[in-house]
Design a protein around this ligand. Structure first.
Ligand code: HEM
Ligand code: HEM
Length: 463
C-alpha cells in the first residue's frame, strides 16, 4: 500500500513546488511566444515581442494566484523562477556580436531588470488571480502538474525540430555543443537569421525541456513515495539527455564546409545547401533523433500519467484484455510507421515511401479499433475517453495530411523555401507525435483498470 498522505493539501505553507511548476510553465509559454514572433518572415519589433511575453508572464501570475496560497507571494516567486530561466535567452541579447566570449557593457542592467520585473509582474498577476475561484493544491497535484509542464515543454522542441528538418536547416549551425564557436546561451540574436534561427532556437528549446526534466526528476526523487515512479523519472532524464546528445551527433557527424558566422549571416544561410555531403552516419543519427524525439515526448506523457491523482486512484473497472491487445498492436504499428516516415523524410527513398503509405492502412484500422473501444467501453475513465477520441479522430486527419504531403511535399523535396511543404510536413510529423503519445497513454491506462474494491479510498477521494 502506498503512502498517499501527500495528496492532502499543504497547510498554510507556501508550496515551493507549486511556484517552481508555475514558473517553469510560464517560461515555456514565454519562450514559445518569443519563438513565433521572432520567426524569419514574422520578425515583430523586439519591444512588441517583449510586450507579448510580459502578457504571458502576467497570465502565469494569475494561475499562481488561483492555485498557490498565499497567492501574491506565490506569484512573485513564480515570476522570479520564470525570469531566472529567461536569463538563458537574455544571454543572446547581451552577448557581443563581434566576439564569442564577450558581453555588452550594460549587460548587468538587462539582467537586473529581468530579475526585478518578473516578480513584480508575477505578483500583479497573482493579485488578479486571487480574485478568481481557487484550483486544488497539495504536493501530489503539484508533482502531477510539474510533469504536465515538462511534457508540454517538449512540444516546442518537436515543432521547432520539425521545422529544422523541413527547412533543411539541420546543418545551418555546423558545430555542437557551441554554435559557431559561441557558448550556446551567448549566441547573439543578430546572428540568428534564416536557418540558423530555426536550428539554434531548437537547441534552446531542447535545453529548456532538459531543464524541466531535471527539476521534475529531482522533485519526484524527493517527494514521490512510489519507488517505481522514481525509477521512471530517472529514466525520463536519461532519455532526454540521450535525445539531446543524438541531436548533437547529427550535427557533428555531418561534413559541413567550415564557414565563420559573419560570412554565414552575410550570405544569408537561410538553408543549408550542402545536403549532398551529408554523411551516412549523420543521416542515421537524424533518423534516430527524429524517431526518438517523438518517443521522448510520449514517454514524458506516460510519466505525467503515472503521477496524476487519477492514476493513483485507479479505475474501478474489470481489466479489458482485448483493449490492451488493440492498444499494443496500434502502438507497434505506430512505431513502425514512425520509423518509415523518418526514413522517408531524411532519405526520400522510394522503399520507405511505399511501405509508409501501405502501412498507413493498418495504422488507421488499429488506431480506430483501439481508440473507439477506449471511448465506448471506458468513457468513465477520463484519460481513456479523451486520448481514445484523439486516436480515433486524429488518425483520419493524419491519413488525409499524409496524402496531401505526398502530392505537395515530395515534389518539392529539393526546395526547402517552399512554405506549404514546410507547414504540411511539420504538421504531419507533429500530429504523428501526438498520436503516438495518445496511444502510449491509452496503453498505460489499460494496465490501471483494477477490480472493484481495489481502489484506495484516500486516493480515490483526491482524484
Ligand atoms: C529534448 C531534446 C530534443 C528533442 C525532443 C528533439 C526533437 C527533434 C525532432 C522531433 C526533430 C525533427 C526530426 C524529423 O523531422 O525527422 C529534430 C530535428 C533536429 N534536431 Fe532535435 N531535439 C532535441 C534536441 C536537440 C539538440 C540538443 C540538438 C543539437 C544540436 C538537436 C538538433 C537537431 C537537428 C540538427 C535536427 C534536424 C535534423 C535533420 O533534419 O537533419 N536537437 N529534433
Ligand atoms: C495514418 C497514419 C500515418 C502516420 C501515423 C504517419 C506518420 C508520419 C510521421 C511521424 C512522419 C515523419 C517522421 C519524422 O519526422 O521523423 C511521416 C512522414 C511522411 N508521411 Fe506519414 N503517416 C501516416 C500516413 C501517411 C500517408 C497515408 C501518407 C501518404 C499517402 C504519408 C506520407 C508521408 C510523407 C510523404 C512523409 C515525409 C514528409 C517529408 O518528407 O517531409 N503518411 N509520417
Amino acid at each position: 500500500m502506498h503512502d498517499h498522505s501527500s495528496l492532502a493539501p499543504d497547510a498554510a505553507r507556501l508550496p515551493l513546488l507549486g511556484c517552481i511548476t508555475v514558473g517553469l510553465g510560464t517560461a515555456v509559454a514565454m519562450w514559445f511566444v518569443g519563438y513565433l514572433t521572432h520567426m524569419p518572415g514574422v520578425r515583430l519589433p523586439l519591444a512588441m515581442t517583449a510586450g507579448l511575453m510580459t502578457g504571458v508572464q502576467l497570465a502565469g501570475g494569475v494561475i499562481a494566484g488561483r492555485s498557490i496560497s498565499p497567492g501574491v507571494a506565490g506569484g512573485a516567486i513564480a515570476g522570479l523562477v520564470s525570469s531566472l530561466i529567461n536569463l538563458l535567452i537574455i544571454g543572446s541579447i547581451v552577448a557581443s556580436p563581434d566576439q564569442p566570449d564577450a558581453v555588452r557593457e550594460n549587460w548587468w542592467m538587462m539582467v537586473a531588470g529581468t530579475l526585478a520585473f518578473g516578480p513584480i509582474v508575477g505578483a500583479l498577476g497573482a493579485f488578479i488571480g486571487t480574485r478568481m475561484p481557487v484550483a486544488g493544491a497539495g504536493t501530489q497535484r503539484w508533482l502531477a502538474r510539474l510533469a504536465v509542464v515538462t511534457a508540454i515543454s517538449a512540444l516546442p522542441v518537436l515543432l521547432s525540430g520539425g521545422i529544422v528538418t523541413s527547412a533543411e536547416a539541420g546543418k545551418a549551425v555546423p558545430d555542437w555543443p557551441g554554435s559557431y564557436g559561441y557558448p550556446m546561451f551567448l549566441f547573439p540574436l543578430q546572428h540568428m537569421t534564416g536557418g540558423i534561427y530555426y536550428e539554434h532556437a531548437h537547441r534552446l528549446f531542447g535545453s529548456l525541456a532538459g531543464f524541466c526534466t531535471i527539476v521534475l526528476t529531482v522533485s519526484v526523487l524527493v517527494k514521490e513515495p512510489r519507488k517505481w515512479v522514481k525509477l521512471a523519472a530517472v529514466i525520463a532524464l536519461l532519455v532526454v539527455i540521450t535525445q539531446g546528445v543524438a541531436g548533437g551527433m547529427r550535427v557533428n557527424k555531418a561534413e559541413v564546409a567550415p564557414v565563420d558566422i559573419n560570412t554565414a549571416v552575410e550570405e544569408g544561410i537561410t538553408i543549408d545547401e550542402n545536403r549532398e555531403i551529408d554523411t551516412k552516419p549523420a543521416v542515421a543519427w537524424a533518423i534516430f533523433h527524429g524517431v526518438s524525439g517523438q518517443l521522448t515526448f510520449a514517454y514524458l506523457c506516460v510519466v505525467a500519467s503515472f503521477l496524476s491523482p487519477r492514476w493513483i486512484a485507479g479505475a474501478a473497472k474489470r481489466p479489458d484484455s482485448l483493449m490492451r491487445t488493440f492498444a499494443m498492436l496500434a502502438l507497434g504499428a505506430y512505431l513502425l510507421q514512425l520509423f518509415l516516415g523518418a526514413g522517408l523524410r531524411h532519405t526520400g527513398h522510394a522503399a520507405f515511401q511505399h511501405s509508409h503509405v501501405t502501412l498507413s492502412i493498418v495504422v488507421v484500422v488499429l488506431s480506430l479499433l483501439a481508440g473507439l473501444r477506449a471511448r465506448a467501453r471506458h468513457a468513465d475513465v477520463r484519460p481513456m475517453k479523451f486520448f481514445g477520441t484523439l486516436m480515433a479522430h486524429g488518425v483520419g486527419v493524419q491519413f488525409v495530411i499524409g496524402f496531401i504531403a505526398l502530392v505537395v511535399v515530395l515534389p518539392h523535396k529539393d526546395d526547402p523555401t517552399h512554405i506549404p511543404s514546410l507547414i504540411i510536413a511539420t504538421t504531419h510529423q507533429f500530429l504523428g507525435a501526438l498520436l503516438i503519445a495518445a496511444t502510449c497513454i491509452v496503453f498505460a491506462w489499460t494496465t490501471r483498470l483494477v477490480e472493484k474494491g481495489a481502489v484506495e479510498p484516500a486516493a480515490a477521494a483526491a482524484a
